[in-house]
Design a protein around this ligand. Structure first.
Ligand code: HEM
Length: 127
């Protein structure tokens, strides 16, 4: 039997959207992330539902789901935010907590986090 994709093992778009919804809400209220003025500005005035959609689309596509990510390249999407390595890691911790909250098995948690960490160099650009 063929191995299921990560997308299938996670439970598809509904399960992925639930994880993204939760960690995205937690990022907005995380005091460690609100010290970055660009993130604070997005948290106060940005379009969070739209960002949740784009994040869900990205994860679905990377996990092998039947979607194509058509958003901005990650480096362009984050350039103006000047995200530090520590801020990136804090977002990773929020993602891990959301995966655990929904009882995603350890192996799938590690695969999701691995896929995200693989793109750290495109997202972090604080000098
Ligand atoms: C590999 C890790 C990450 C992935 C895969 C990711 C994914 C995305 C995607 C798909 C978008 C939308 C792009 C578009 O509009 O076309 C986006 C934008 C954004 N991301 Fe990330 N992101 C990551 C890391 C982070 C981190 C660490 C933060 C810090 C809190 C963050 C905060 C934001 C914000 C605030 C926006 C909206 C920017 C704007 O519209 O002005 N992202 N991200």
């Amino acid at each position: 039997m063929e191995e299921q994709t990560l997308y299938e093992r996670l439970g598809g778009v509904d399960a992925i959207a639930a994880v993204v919804d939760r960690f995205s809400d937690h990022i907005v209220t995380n005091p460690k992330l609100n010290v970055n003025p660009a993130l604070k500005e997005f948290n106060e005035n940005g379009n969070l539902p739209g960002l949740k959609f784009m994040r869900t689309l990205w994860v679905c596509a990377v996990a092998g789901g039947p979607f194509e990510y058509t958003g901005k390249p990650l480096d362009q999407a984050h350039e103006h935010l000047r995200i530090t390595s520590e801020e990136f890691d804090e977002v990773g911790a929020e993602i891990q907590r959301a995966l655990a909250h929904f009882n995603v098995p350890e192996r799938e948690q590690q695969e999701v986090l691995g896929a995200i960490v693989a793109h750290k160099h495109e997202v972090v650009n604080a000098s």
